[in-house]
Design a protein around this ligand. Structure first.
Ligand code: FDA
Length: 309
């Protein structure tokens, strides 16, 4: 992870930064680029537009690091409501969930029950549930819950982060469980003893994991990146692949590349976040690209009215 990325993640953790982003028009405008809107209706409308454009979606109700049971219970209910809407709408969409939003930091059993309940409802609706991977305090518990619930329900997937040294072992363990595995670089500030720090090391790790993932057919690979070198490698590996796989990208990031992959005929799923709790998600998107932060600073001082790059 670069000094810039780490610096942004640390600085945006501060309550003053949070206030500057959440209470200014410039902050909300930037969030609007990466987030479909505040409500489920906004998320559904985005999923509908993307479906019309030939893309699948994964709906993410924003929220994480929940510290009280009531919030975790209501997040579970809100996710059920998302699945109910998907049943009505018949959209090519699934859901992405964060286990700390469902109570993982309070009570592991509570998060496990929520995952099982959502897996059952998703199966009734004919869709799947992807478990996002959060920071390394939660990696073990997230993997254990997935390894417990996926074999019983069969319609789950999990994100694995290429920057973690442990991921090759986790991948070997989880592939035989079926489901789908989303391979991403990793978006949190992690120390060198557990995660690669440089761009080159993370890309190399991603490539190794990608080869493994694309060469097996037990699980459906989801290649989650906007990095063209990695996407090119996936394209080449796909030529030799017999099973299905999909590319995944984030709402608002590299839309032209999204259209290119769609036009080339690949399965493409767009991760669509919605909800009012957008600040932590936005900080990760800022940390990934200095230009986003520069745009925000300029619009804050009234120097830029155009969209961010
Ligand atoms: P990289 O950051 O090198 O970006 C490649 C190019 O894409 C950049 O040069 C730029 O052009 C563009 N780009 C990337 N990010 C941008 C941004 N924010 N704004 C503007 N342009 C941008 N992480 C995690 O830890 N747990 C998870 O569960 C997930 N889930 C997830 C789902 C999906 C569908 C995706 C695509 C990504 C994730 N991630 C994630 C995030 C992931 O770990 C990573 O932080 C981002 O995808 C950025 O890395 P890239 O692979 O895109 O490469």
């Amino acid at each position: 992870m670069s000094w810039f990325t780490r610096g942004v993640l640390v600085a945006t953790h501060n309550p003053i930064s949070r206030r500057i982003f959440t209470s200014t028009r410039a902050g909300r405008a930037l969030a609007h680029r990466f987030v479909a809107g505040d409500t489920l209706e906004d998320g559904i409308a985005a999923a509908r537009r993307l479906a019309e454009a030939g893309m699948m979606t994964s709906l993410d109700l924003l929220g994480e690091a929940v510290t009280d049971r009531d919030s975790a219970v209501s997040a579970r209910a809100e996710y059920r409501a998302v699945l109910d809407r998907l049943a009505d709408e018949q959209l090519p969409a699934n859901i992405s969930i964060k286990l700390t939003q469902l109570g993982l930091a309070i009570d592991e059993a509570m998060a496990r029950e929520a995952v099982a309940e959502l897996a059952v409802r998703a199966a009734e609706v004919g869709t799947t549930v992807t478990i996002d991977m959060e920071d390394s305090r939660f990696t073990d518990a997230t993997i254990e819950i997935y390894a417990d619930v996926q074999p019983r329900h069969g319609n789950l997937g999990i994100a694995l982060q290429a920057y973690l040294h442990r991921t090759p072992r986790d991948l070997e363990r989880l592939m035989p469980l079926g489901g789908h595995i989303r391979l991403c670089k990793g978006a949190y500030a992690e120390p060198p003893d557990i995660a690669f720090q440089s761009r080159a090391e993370v890309s190399r790790a991603f490539l190794g994991l990608l080869e493994t993932l694309m060469s097996q057919e037990q699980t459906r690979p989801a290649v989650a990146t906007h990095d063209e070198a990695l996407i090119d490698r996936a394209r080449r590996l796909a030529e030799r692949r017999r099973g299905g796989f999909e590319f995944q990208m984030l709402y608002g990031v590299r839309p032209e590349l999204q259209r290119t992959l769609r036009d080339e005929g690949y399965d493409l799923r767009i991760y669509v976040p919605f909800g009012s709790q957008w600040y932590p998600y936005l900080t990760r998107r800022l940390a990934e690209r200095p230009a986003n932060l520069v745009f925000f600073m300029r619009s804050l001082v009234g120097k830029d009215r155009a969209g961010p790059v």
